[in-house]
Design a protein around this ligand. Structure first.
Ligand SMILES: Cc1cc2nc3c(=O)[nH]c(=O)nc-3n(C[C@H](O)[C@H](O)[C@H](O)COP(=O)(O)OP(=O)(O)OC[C@H]3O[C@@H](n4cnc5c(N)ncnc54)[C@H](O)[C@@H]3O)c2cc1C
Length: 634
């Protein structure tokens, strides 16, 4: 296989990098990204690139009601199709270059965790190579053109409160590498069936007053939740983002709360969000909390769903829910610029097939093209845990107990997403929703429970709970003035056994994808009648298509494994492995399958990188690996 290098050189040298049609100055003259020559891509990938371009045909080119077919994202079946930047991507000069051969660290996967890990190691002076299976880097942080001309969509992640709150991402100063943030007027809205809406603003008082208008006493309840955040937020974030157990930040948190306060906080954290709402609120404004809890794969009745809802809403007050100006791929681009400026290398289009283990230590990786890259100090696997254990590392090298535990590993739900290009913004019945970046769509708490129960029992939901993003509202550069770039995603079962709506099998062929996308549209239509007439293009991403574009998103899972409490903290991804170290010396789990889990915070990557650095300093890899072995059992 022909590995080639894309050299990204600044404007004065004649080359440049282009993303989403914008010419972006490259700050470092030695930025190097390896990709396979497009001539070496599989026919399916090439076809998909073409179909991505074809997908930018208009739906309703004329006035409302003009019946042209919906512009579709045609996927060449399962397998090697890719999503991301194919229609924009890098356009740069090409030059042959010898293979990487060896590096201090090899990082598998150029998603946000892999790229953060690479940056942390490169900052420490390590020579790093990142190996990425897809033709473009970014994993869950990619954007592209579509689904109509002049529109930009985010392939997966879009809103970044966790990024804003993450200490490691703050320390990388990505703004110095071209990243700019943008915020909607309001953080979040939840339209209600009676035409009103619950709205989360950056401003606490504004939010509390709005909630008071929806339920007597709810303004005071919201202020109490915010007071708790003020008391505990910084310590909690510190504790969340470091490897488990968070000794120093845990002690600081305990000191803040003291004895009985700690017990009450622990109870609060473990509450199902339905119970929290029953205890504290009288009106429907508390749906803001329940909707945020449903960003994880939790039911409103799940243990600890309250803390997810509380954390995301409070981050909304403290940081907002920012988006990357110009598309989420700009975050990846900034990470790449920073990394390559430090001498790091990213090779795209060549999957790692094996981590080579010798005498209990990870010493190299072998790629699909047959190349072996020696890892002098460490291998960091920023891929889902089931992709690492038993696939990249043979079970022969791993304790049998780990194999037994991984048999119990639970994926989070599958994801089904639609991106729309709208001729005008969504005509919400409640005008308050218009200024919100994120909009949660669900008819009420009971509907959320029914939706969750249908997924839990293997049925495609009849009334999907939809998380939607009004991206042009949040970032005017996403589509032409006066239009809206909108997306919505919902969850479906990993294994479909039926359809609560009575039509689907879960085979997700083209017809099923269209039917379910129509169901999602109808659900939004309950709160914005007639909005479908504004659609000029739509692009559907079904569960298998997420996995085809990112092998870590197995079955369309977006969090690297369930967020349920039995697979969090010291249970993530299996009991005893709440840290990035693995039973193999010099091998670290750096993806969202590691604590603290899903979301673009980079903590999983940073924790793995720091573990590798400190082990290399202390030459303690074998001791650490032995410790992990004894923690999980033989
Ligand atoms: C639809 C959707 C919406 C989301 N919305 C948000 C949001 O708004 N905010 C937020 O914070 N988070 C969001 N997330 C979650 C977020 O995207 C993920 O938690 C995050 O991307 C995980 O980062 P990661 O680096 O661990 O893995 P990934 O981003 O999945 O990256 C893994 C990388 O490894 C590569 N890879 C896999 N196997 C191999 C191999 N063998 N060899 C080489 N490379 C390999 C993959 O191609 C991929 O590039 C969303 C996710 C989805 C799917």
């Amino acid at each position: 296989m022909n590995v080639r290098v894309l050299e990204l050189i600044d404007g004065s040298s004649g080359s440049r990098i282009e993303l989403e049609g914008n010419r972006l100055p490259v700050t470092h003259t030695k930025d190097v990204i390896h990709v396979l020559d497009s001539g070496s891509l599989s026919p399916a990938v090439r076809d998909h690139r073409e179909s991505n371009r074809a997908a930018e045909r208009p739906r309703h080119a004329g006035q409302p009601g003009t019946a042209e077919p919906v512009s579709r994202q045609a996927w060449p079946g399962s397998g090697t199709a890719l999503v991301g930047w194919p229609s924009a991507g890098y356009r740069v000069g090409m030059a042959e270059r010898a293979s990487a051969g060896a590096a201090d660290a090899v990082i598998i996967g150029a998603g946000p965790n892999g790229l953060v890990a690479a940056n942390v190691l490169a900052d420490a002076g390590w020579q790093v190579v990142v190996c990425e299976q897809q033709p473009e880097p970014g994993g869950g942080v990619r954007s592209g053109r579509g689904p109509a001309a002049g529109f930009i969509y985010d392939h997966c992640s879009a809103f970044y409160p966790l990024t804003a709150a993450s200490g490691v991402l703050q320390s990388l100063e990505l703004e110095r590498y071209g990243l700019r943030w943008s915020q909607a007027e309001h953080v979040l809205a939840h339209p209600l069936p009676d035409g009103r809406a619950a709205v989360l603003s950056r401003d606490v008082e504004q939010t509390a007053s709005a909630l008071e208008a929806l339920g007597a006493g709810d303004g005071a309840a919201w202020r109490r939740l915010y007071a708790l955040w003020q008391q505990t937020g910084p310590q909690l974030l510190d504790a969340l983002f470091v490897p488990f157990p968070p000794v120093r930040s845990g002690v600081r948190l305990a000191a803040k709360l003291r004895g009985p306060g700690m017990l009450r906080f622990a109870r609060f954290a473990l509450l199902p969000v339905r119970r929290l709402i029953q205890e504290e609120f009288t009106g429907p404004g508390a749906l803001l909390l329940a909707g945020c809890a449903m960003h994880a794969d939790l039911m409103p009745e799940s243990t600890a769903s309250s803390i997810f809802g509380w954390l995301l809403t409070m981050l909304g007050h403290q940081y907002g829910w920012p988006v990357a100006e110009g598309g989420s791929g700009q975050i990846t681009l900034a990470l790449l610029r920073r990394l390559t400026g430090q001498g790091g290398t990213v090779r795209c289009g060549d999957a790692v097939r094996q981590v080579v283990v010798r005498r209990g230590r990870a010493v190299a990786v072998r790629t699909a093209s047959g190349e072996q890259i020696t890892a002098r100090r460490a291998v960091l696997a920023a891929v889902a845990a089931p992709r690492l254990y038993g696939e990249l590392v043979s079970w022969d090298h791993l304790p049998s107990r780990l194999r037994e535990d991984m048999r119990r590993f639970e994926w989070d739900h599958a994801t089904f997403k639609v991106d729309w290009a709208l001729r005008e913004p969504v005509p919400w019945r409640s005008p308050a929703v218009a200024g919100a970046g994120t909009v949660h769509i669900a008819g009420g708490l009971d509907e959320m429970t029914e939706y969750s129960a249908q997924i839990a029992t293997g049925r495609v939901p009849e009334h999907p709970v939809v998380l939607t993003g009004q991206m042009t509202t949040a970032d005017p550069s996403r589509s032409p003035a006066g239009t809206e770039s909108l997306w919505g995603y919902t969850h479906v079962p990993q294994r479909v056994r039926g359809d609560a709506g009575g039509e689907l099998t879960g085979g997700w062929n083209e017809k099923e994808r269209e039917v379910f996308a129509d169901r999602i549209e109808a659900q939004i239509g309950r709160f914005a009648p007639g909005w479908q007439e504004l659609i000029i293009g739509r692009r559907i991403t079904a569960p298998g298509q997420f996995e085809a574009s990112d092998a870590s998103m197995v079955g369309g899972a977006l969090n690297g494994g369930t967020s349920a409490v039995h697979q969090q903290l010291m249970f993530r991804p299996t009991p005893g492995l709440g840290r990035p170290e693995t039973p193999i010396a010099g091998l670290y789990l750096a993806s969202s399958s590691a604590h603290p889990g899903g979301g673009v915070h980079g903590a999983c990557g940073a924790n793995a990188a720091r573990a590798a650095l400190s082990a290399a300093r202390a030459r303690l890899q074998r001791v650490a690996a032995a410790g992990v072995r004894s923690a999980i059992g033989r």
